[in-house]
Design a protein around this ligand. Structure first.
Ligand code: FES
Length: 340
């Protein structure tokens, strides 16, 4: 049976079909409900259940704690209404970007290897104004012959081309095709922007960025936009990779840190590195060793689910306010269906 759910900020009531989450129903109606991972891992869709009741599907306890649940908060991406209900999202803040979502034609302008399994892809929009977005957001890309997938912009909003870092996912149909066949001049369909883990330009306190693997893409966009916008507070970037061969853009970030005294860049390798200059261990362990009090900080986290979960745990333990943690969870559709 369908349920009627009133969305406070949108000023609308939507019909939610049996077994459908509030977030999916809202997005299908074209409502810009704040969200990120759509899988209960990032907390971006956190909302207050004003009235009614919902069934909450499995989710990370760092995305929504027991205490928050007791206070009447829910995750819209994991909430299936069991009665008519009314909800108010809390993830959208005063800095919510208002860029319209668009569908655009684009073309590949460059593709090269960033690592043994990450391609660096540049796209240009054709026949329309460039895609307007906030640094750190993502787009939905469809390359010829490949299924549609979400990828974060690694470029800043003012750059003429869109940059993406596309990791080959074992068994992944889209990335297998992209890695094997994509070439300059190929067409691409771009839809976006999406995502709530974008740079908050009004934040004046220190900034912590934690990236794992190709999660460096949105972090690059955020850091470059912050520096280009003249943000002067300390910006600490930790980049975690499995081994030396999984590190990329290190020279780029080190050069940025040379030019900007407020930027610190720390690559961390989890298996024994060939070069002694890298820190070793988990990237979140390195952060824990260096930063003891995160009260007043803003954290941007992008990477695989275990890394994001460890970062959320660390942030909570070190005094980071939950509204100051913006997480972008990189997981594959295959992994998503296996983990819930
Ligand atoms: S979008 Fe709901 S927890 Fe990430």
């Amino acid at each position: 049976m369908t349920k009627q759910v009133a969305l406070r900020q949108a000023g609308r009531t939507i019909t939610v079909a049996e077994g459908v989450t509030i977030l999916d129903a809202a997005l299908a109606e074209g409502i810009a409900y704040p969200h990120g991972c759509r899988s209960g891992r990032c907390g971006s869709c956190k909302s207050r259940l004003v009235s009614g009741s919902v069934e909450l599907l499995e989710h990370s306890r760092f995305a929504l704690s027991q205490e928050e649940k007791a206070q009447g908060l829910i995750l819209a991406c994991r909430a299936i209404p069991t009665t008519d209900a009314s909800v108010a999202w809390i993830g959208g803040d005063e800095e919510a970007p208002s860029h319209p979502r668009r569908r655009l034609n684009g073309r590949v302008t460059a593709i090269e290897n960033a690592t043994h399994d990450i391609k660096h892809v540049q796209l240009a929009i054709e026949g329309a104004d460039p895609l307007a977005f906030a640094a750190g957001q993502y787009a939905r890309l469809t390359f010829p012959g490949a299924p549609t997938r979400d990828y974060s912009m690694a470029s800043g909003p003012s750059e003429p081309t869109l940059e993406f870092h596309i990791r080959r996912v074992p068994g992944g149909a889209a990335t297998r095709r992209i890695h094997a066949l994509l070439k300059p001049d190929d067409p691409v369909w771009v839809e976006g922007p999406f995502g709530s883990s974008y740079l908050r330009e009004q934040h004046a306190g220190p900034i912590l960025c934690i990236a794992g693997g190709s999660g460096l893409a949105p972090i690059k966009g955020i850091v470059e936009a912050a520096l280009a916008g003249g943000m002067k507070q300390p910006i600490h970037v930790y980049f975690g990779a499995r081994s030396d061969r999984d590190l990329y853009l290190v020279d780029h970030f080190e050069a940025l840190a040379q030019r900007h005294a407020n930027l610190r860049f720390t690559p961390v390798v989890s298996s024994a590195p060939a070069e002694v200059r890298w820190r070793t261990g988990l990237v979140t362990e390195a952060v824990a060793q260096d930063l003891h009090d995160l009260d007043g900080w803003k954290a941007y986290v992008a990477g695989p689910p275990p890394m994001v979960e460890a970062a959320m745990q660390l942030g909570t333990a070190r005094g980071l306010r939950s509204e100051d943690l913006h997480a972008d969870v990189f997981f594959t559709p295959e992994a998503a269906s296996a983990s819930h």
